[in-house]
Every structure is written in structure tokens, then in C-alpha cells.
Design a protein around this ligand. Structure first.
Ligand code: ADP
Ligand code: ADP
Length: 225
């Protein structure tokens, strides 16, 4: 795991400034959530950490390395998105192991990593299921397991629960908290769900109009309505 540092990140699209001079540091093992209104720059900021977007100005550091110019695959990050996009013709094992098999890890190592990841997201016993046979929450957990097997330094999660129904979302919050604890993972998380931000984060970063308005631990004890 590793810390992440954003140094004065700005991203412009033509005349529009999507991210406007954001600096922040996420500690090793910390869970930081970006919140703020739609269009405030949450996803774009995340994408600069992932390497999916090049900042117009500023630098991104992961651990001690400046990664601003590195390709996504060389950054030690794994992403989980709102749209999980499992391969429909592959079972759970094949979906989780796809990247490892491409990289030609030997079969035993692949199996070991897949079983460990499936265990963490509580999908043991479901490795031979097809995606169509699974609930949304189970599919989302396959998506998370696919990120875990990569053994990343940093998890980047952009609205990973947005497509789930309310009850599952609450359940998955607990699962993500457990994941954070068990893996001691550094997690940067984007959501517009206040309850998610309040219950899971070590600190919440509030973005507005491309700027970091404040970053602080959740202050109140959040009770489910
Ligand atoms: P959020 O994730 O908070 O909803 P985004 O980071 O997606 O916000 O977007 C921030 C701003 O940048 C928005 O105004 C959006 O329209 C703009 N933007 C994002 N991606 C692009 C792009 N590829 N091209 C042009 N404008 C973009
Ligand atoms: P590799 O990382 O060795 O290229 P993969 O098949 O795992 O092999 O990934 C293929 C491409 O997709 C790579 O560029 C990788 O960085 C990217 N990728 C796949 N899954 C993820 C993920 N969960 N998070 C981030 N990048 C991913």
C-alpha cells in the first residue's frame, strides 16, 4: 500500500477548468472520499491519479514516485467503477483471473490469488457461477475481487455502488469497510451518497467548482434514517 499526493492539479478542457489547483495527500492505508455536486471535478481528479487523464498542470505521486507521466498499468493502482462490465461468457473464476492469466502467472499462483480475493469479498463457493446467475451486489463483488487480485498499492473507486439498490448499498458499505481494514488498503473513493462518505471514510474531501473546499474527518455520528 502507498500514500498518494496530488500537487496543484489543474485540468482544463478547452475554456473549461474541470479541476482547479487541487493539492492533497492521502496517507498510507487511509480511506479518503471525494464528495461534491455533479460536475465539480471528482471523477477528473480521480482519473489523474489513475492515469486515465493527464493533468494540464501539477503532479501526482504514489509512494515516493512521481507518476504523472506513467501509464495506468505502471502506477500500481486498481479501479472499481460503477459499471462493472463482467465478461458474460466467463464464469466468476475466469472473470477474476482474466488479467493475471493474460500476464501468464502460473496456474497455481492464479488460483491462490483468486481464492484469496474471493474469500475477502465473500464469494467462496461461487467461482463457477456465470454473471447472469448473480445479483447486482455479487457482480459488484466480482469487480472488487478483480481489483484485489492485482495486488494494487492504491484502490480507486468511482461510485462503485451507484447501480445497486438501497439495501445492497448499505450491505456493501460494511463489506468495503472490512476490505479497507483487512487489506490495510489505501482507498480513494468518489460518491455523491452522503451516508457512504460518512460511514466509510477516514477523511472526506469536499470539492466545489474544481476546487478542494475542505478536507476533514466525518464529524457527526451518522445514523441511518
Ligand atoms: P464529477 O465527477 O464531480 O461529476 P467531472 O470530473 O466528471 O465531475 O467533471 C468536471 C467538469 O469537467 C464538468 O464540467 C465536465 O463537464 C467536465 N469534463 C469532464 N470530462 C470532460 C471531457 N472529457 N471533455 C470535456 N469536459 C469534460
Ligand atoms: P496488465 O495490467 O498486465 O496490462 P490486465 O489484463 O490486468 O493486464 O490489464 C489490462 C489493461 O487494463 C492494463 O492497462 C491495466 O492497467 C488495465 N486494467 C485492468 N483492470 C484494471 C483495474 N481493475 N484497475 C486498473 N486498471 C486495470
Amino acid at each position: 500500500m502507498a500514500r498518494v499526493r496530488l500537487e496543484n492539479i489543474t485540468k482544463r478542457y478547452g475554456e473549461e477548468t474541470a479541476v482547479d489547483g487541487i493539492s492533497l495527500e492521502v496517507e498510507d492505508g487511509e480511506f479518503v472520499t471525494f464528495v461534491g455536486p455533479s460536475g465539480c471535478g471528482k471523477s477528473t481528479t480521480m482519473e489523474t491519479v489513475a492515469g486515465l487523464t493527464q493533468p494540464s498542470e501539477g503532479d501526482v505521486y504514489i509512494g515516493d514516485d512521481k507518476v504523472t507521466k506513467l501509464a495506468p498499468k505502471d502506477r500500481g493502482v486498481a479501479m472499481v467503477f460503477q459499471n462493472i462490465a463482467l465478461f458474460p461468457h466467463m464464469d466468476v473464476y475466469e472473470n477474476i483471473s482474466f488479467g493475471l492469466r493474460l500476464r501468464k502467472y502460473d496456474d497455481e499462483e492464479v488460483r491462490r490469488r483468486v481464492e484469496q480475493a474471493a474469500d475477502i469479498v465473500q464469494l467462496e463457493g461461487m467461482l463457477d457461477r456465470m454473471p447472469a446467475e448473480m445479483s447486482g451486489g455479487q457482480q459488484q463483488r466480482v469487480g472488487i475481487a478483480r481489483a484485489i487480485v492485482r495486488n494494487p498499492d492504491v484502490f480507486l473507486m468511482d461510485e462503485p455502488l451507484a447501480n445497486l439498490d438501497a439495501k445492497l448499498r448499505v450491505h456493501m458499505r460494511t463489506e468495503l469497510q472490512r476490505l479497507h481494514r483487512e487489506l490495510n488498503a489505501t482507498i480513494i473513493y468518489v460518491t455523491h451518497d452522503q451516508a457512504e462518505a460518512m460511514t466509510m471514510s477516514n477523511r472526506i474531501a469536499v470539492l466545489n467548482d474544481g476546487k478542494l473546499q475542505q478536507i476533514a474527518p466525518p464529524l457527526v455520528c451518522y445514523n441511518e434514517p
